[in-house]
Design a protein around this ligand. Structure first.
Ligand code: GLC
Length: 647
C-alpha cells in the first residue's frame, strides 16, 4: 500500500469534517476526544516543520489515523484502554527487557513462538526483536537497510506470523518491540527504485545532487559513522545519476524529511506496525533525520517536532504504543529526545542511556567510579514521565563517549583515558581481563570503538581459557555487578541475548561474506541452548552462576517499588573512588545502592549512608537487615547492595 498523494486534501482541520465518515457513535467519541487531546500538538509541530503545508498535511494525517483506528483489532483496543489506565507501564519495576534476533534465538518467528517459555521464565516483559522487516538481499547492516516496511524477512516468516507472535506475547504480558528505521531505506526500497527510474515524486524523497557542490559543503561539518567500510556521507549512483546522501552504508539512502510526503509515509508505516501488535517502536538513528548545512546534521530541533508529529498520530490510533529513541548523543542533546520545553511528555517515552553504559565499563577498567560520578551528577534529570533503557551493551559497538569536560573534572586526561579504554577492552593493555575487538579505528582521531559480548569484555573469555577458578569468579562477579547496576538504575533494563548465560565472542562471523567486514557480529551470537540447559543443570559453573544471578536480580527488581523509573537515581559522592553510591528518593522511603567496582574489599564509612537511611536498613539483594550504626562496613569485591529504609 502506498499513501495517497498530496493533491486531494484541502487543509481542513475541523474535527467534525475529518470525523464525518465515522458512523459508529462510540468510535467517533473516542476519536474526537483523542483529536482534541493530540490535534493541537500535531498541528503546532506541523506548522514548525512545514509552514506551507501544515494544514494539508494535518488533514492527510488525521484521515490516515481515522482509517488506522478503524482497522485496529478489539484485542489491541483493549490494550489501549488498559494502558490509558497505567500510563506509567514502562516505568514499573516489573519491566524487564530482552533483546535478540529472531533467527539467532530460534530460527523463525514460528520457532520463536515455541521458545517463549524461556523468556517468560526469565521474567521478561519487553522483547526487542532486532530488525526483521524485509531487508535488501546480501549486506543489510544487520537488517537496518529495509526494503519493505510492510513485509517480514522471507526466511523468518510472514506478517501474519508476526501478528500472531505479537498476540502470543501480549497474552503472556510481554510487549513486542521492533525497530523503525527512519533515517534511511535500502537502495532497493520501492521509493529508491522509483527515484532511480526518474519519478520526480520519489526523487524528492531523497537527497540527490548532480555534482559535488552541495555534498562538499555539507561534508565540511559532517562526521563519518563507518570510516572503515563506508567513508564519507555521499555515494555516487550511476542509475540515479546523482550523489546520494548515505550517512551510514552506501546502500542506505537517507530520506528527506523536509518533504511532507515522507512524514505521511512513515506515519502510515507506524500505524500499520502498531496494528500488527508492535507495542514499542525503536526509532533508529533518530538524531540524523534532519539535515542543516553547517552543522553535524544531528539533533536538529526539527527532529523533535517530527517525533511529536508521529507520536501524536500514534496516540490517536494506538495509545498503548510507545516510542524509544535511539540517539547515541551527548547528555544535553539526549535529554531532548525524552521531551524538554514545549515537547515535555510529547516525544519519546524511552531513550537509551548510553552514558551509563560507557561509564560502567570505564569504572570497571579503572577500578574507579570517580568519572562516573562526575558524568552522572552532571546529567540533566529526565522528565518524570519517561524512562531510560539501561544496558551494559547492545548489538552495536561501544564508543568511548567520555566528554573532555567530565574527564578533566575527574582529574583525568580525557584523550589518554579514551585511549586507555580502547587498549583495555581490546585486551592490549597489560593485565587487562577483557577480550574485545577494535571496531572502526579512525586514525585521524585515534578513536577505536569496541565490539564484544558482556562476558568477553568482563573477563570470562580469558578466565575460562586459563581455567583459573579465581579469575572465573571475578569475571562472574563483574558480569553480575554491571547487570545489577542496570537493573537498579531506574528504567527498562535491556538484557542482551546470551549475556544471561555468559556467552563469549563468536568469531565465526568472519566466515560469512555478508558479515565478515563488521566485527559487531562477534557479539551477536546464535543462542546456545545447550549452555542454557547446562546452566540449569550445573548451578556451580560460570554459566550456572550467571544465570541464577540474573534470575535473582530480576526477581528482586520486580519486588522493589523503589525502582519505579519516575524516581531519579542520584549520585552520592563516595568517600572511596572504588565505590559507586546512588540514592533514590521514592515516596515509600529512600534507597541507597552501593557498588564496589574493584576486586578489592573496601571499607565504607557508614555515616554517609546513615545520613540518608537512619540506623537500620533492609538489603534487598540478600534479604538481610543491616545495622548502620558502626563507623564502617566492609564492601566485598564487586559487591552490590540495595539498601532501603525499613517500612
Ligand atoms: C543504529 C543501529 C546500528 C545501525 C545504524 C544505522 O545506530 O543500532 O546497528 O548500523 O543505526 O541504521
Amino acid at each position: 500500500m502506498s499513501v495517497p498523494p498530496a493533491e486531494s486534501p484541502v487543509g481542513d482541520t475541523s474535527a467534525e469534517t475529518l470525523l464525518s465518515g465515522v458512523s459508529d457513535p462510540a468510535e467517533r467519541r473516542t476519536l474526537r476526544l483523542r483529536l482534541g487531546r493530540y490535534g493541537p500538538d500535531l498541528l503546532d509541530s506541523l506548522r514548525a516543520v512545514y509552514p506551507d503545508a501544515a494544514e494539508a498535511t494535518y488533514e492527510r494525517l488525521v484521515r490516515l489515523a481515522v482509517d488506522a483506528h478503524a482497522a485496529r483489532s478489539d484485542d489491541l483496543r483493549a490494550l489501549d484502554e488498559a494502558r490509558l489506565l497505567s500510563p506509567d507501564w514502562l516505568q514499573q519495576p516489573e519491566m524487564v527487557g530482552y533483546v535478540t534476533y529472531a533467527d539467532r534465538y530460534a530460527g523463525t518467528l514460528g520457532a520463536l513462538a515455541d521458545r517463549l517459555d524461556y523468556l517468560e521464565g526469565l521474567g521478561v516483559t519487553y522483547l526487542h526483536l532486532m530488525p526483521l522487516l524485509k531487508p535488501r538481499p546480501g549486506e543489510s547492516d544487520g537488517g537496518y537497510a529495509v526494503m519493505d516496511y510492510r513485509a517480514v524477512r522471507d526466511d523468518l516468516g510472514t506478517m501474519a506470523d508476526l501478528s500472531a507472535l505479537a498476540a502470543d506475547l501480549r497474552g503472556r504480558g510481554i510487549s513486542l518491540v521492533l525497530d523503525l528505521v527512519l533515517n534511511h531505506v535500502a537502495r532497493e526500497h520501492d521509493w529508491a527504485v522509483r527515484a532511480r527510474a526518474g519519478e520526480q515524486r520519489y526523487r524528492d524523497y531523497f537527497f540527490l545532487y548532480g555534482d559535488r557542490t552541495q555534498p562538499d559543503l555539507y561534508e565540511e561539518a559532517l562526521p563519518e559513522i563507518f570510516p572503515d567500510f563506508a567513508p564519507g556521507n555521499f555515494t555516487w549512483d550511476d542509475e540515479a545519476n546523482a550523489w546520494v546522501w548515505t550517512t551510514f552504508n552506501s546502500y542506505q539512502w537517507d530520506v528527506n524529511w523536509a518533504n511532507p510526503d515522507v512524514v505521511v509515509e512513515y506515519a502510515d508505516v507506524i500505524c500499520f506496525l502498531a496494528n500488527a501488535g508492535v507495542e514499542v517502536l525503536r526509532l533508529d538513528a533518530i538524531a540524523f533525520i534532519w539535515k542543516r548545512l553547517g552543522t553535524d546534521c544531528q539533533n536538529q530541533p526539527e527532529v523533535h517536532h517530527l517525533t511529536r508529529i508521529l507520536r501524536s498520530v500514534l496516540r490517536i490510533v494506538a495509545p498503548a504504543a510507545a516510542f524509544k529513541a535511539e540517539a547515541i548523543v551527548g547528555p544535553s542533546d539526549l535529554i531532548r529526545y525524552l521531551g524538554t520545553g514545549q515537547h515535555h511528555g510529547k516525544v519519546s517515552d524511552l531513550a537509551y542511556h548510553n552514558s551509563l553504559m560507557v561509564q560502567l565499563w570505564s569504572a570497571l577498567a579503572s577500578r574507579s567510579a570517580r568519572l562516573m560520578e562526575v558524568a552522572l551528577a552532571a546529567f540533566p534529570a529526565k522528565p518524570s514521565t519517561t524512562s531510560w533503557g539501561t544496558y551494559v551493551r547492545c548489538h552495536d559497538d561501544i564508543g568511548w563517549a567520555v566528554s573532555d569536560a567530565d574527564g578533566l573534572a575527574a582529574g583525568l586526561n580525557p584523550w589518554q583515558h579514551r585511549t586507555f579504554l580502547s587498549d583495555f577492552y581490546s585486551g592490549a593493555y597489560p593485565g587487562s581481563f577483557a577480550r574485545g575487538l577494535v571496531f572502526q579505528h579512525n586514525p585521524v582521531t585515534n578513536d577505536r570503538r569496541i565490539s564484544g559480548t558482556l562476558a568477553s569484555l568482563a573477563g570470562l573469555e580469558l578466565a575460562l581459557s586459563t581455567n583459573d577458578p579465581w579469575r572465573i569468579a571475578d569475571a562472574v562477579a563483574r558480569i553480575l555487578l554491571l547487570t545489577t547496576v542496570v537493573m537498579g538504575y531506574g528504567g527498562v533494563p535491556l538484557l542482551y541475548m546470551g549475556d544471561e548465560i555468559g556467552m563469549t565472542n563468536d568469531l565465526s562471523y568472519a566466515d560469512r561474506p555478508e558479515h565478515s567486514a563488521d566485527n559487531r557480529w562477534a557479539h551477536r551470537p546464535r543462542m546456545d541452548w545447550d549452555r542454557v540447559a547446562a546452566a540449569a543443570a550445573h548451578p556451580d559453573t560460570a554459566e550456572g552462576r550467571i544465570s541464577a544471578g540474573v534470575r535473582h536480580l530480576v526477581d528482586v527488581r520486580k519486588r522493589t517499588p523503589h525502582l519505579h523509573a519516575s524516581v531519579e537515581s542520584r549520585i552520592v559522592v563516595s568517600p572511596d573512588p572504588r565505590l559507586l553510591l546512588l540514592r533514590r528518593d521514592h515516596p515509600l522511603g529512600a534507597m541507597v545502592q552501593i557498588y564496589n567496582v574493584s576486586e578489592s574489599p573496601v571499607y565504607l564509612a557508614l555515616e554517609v549512608v546513615r545520613h540518608i537511611l537512619g540506623d537500620r536498613a533492609d538489603e534487598k539483594l540478600s534479604g538481610h537487615s543491616y545495622d548502620l550504626t558502626p563507623a564502617s562496613m566492609l564492601i566485598a569485591p564487586y559487591q552490590a547492595l540495595w539498601l532501603v529504609a525499613p517500612r
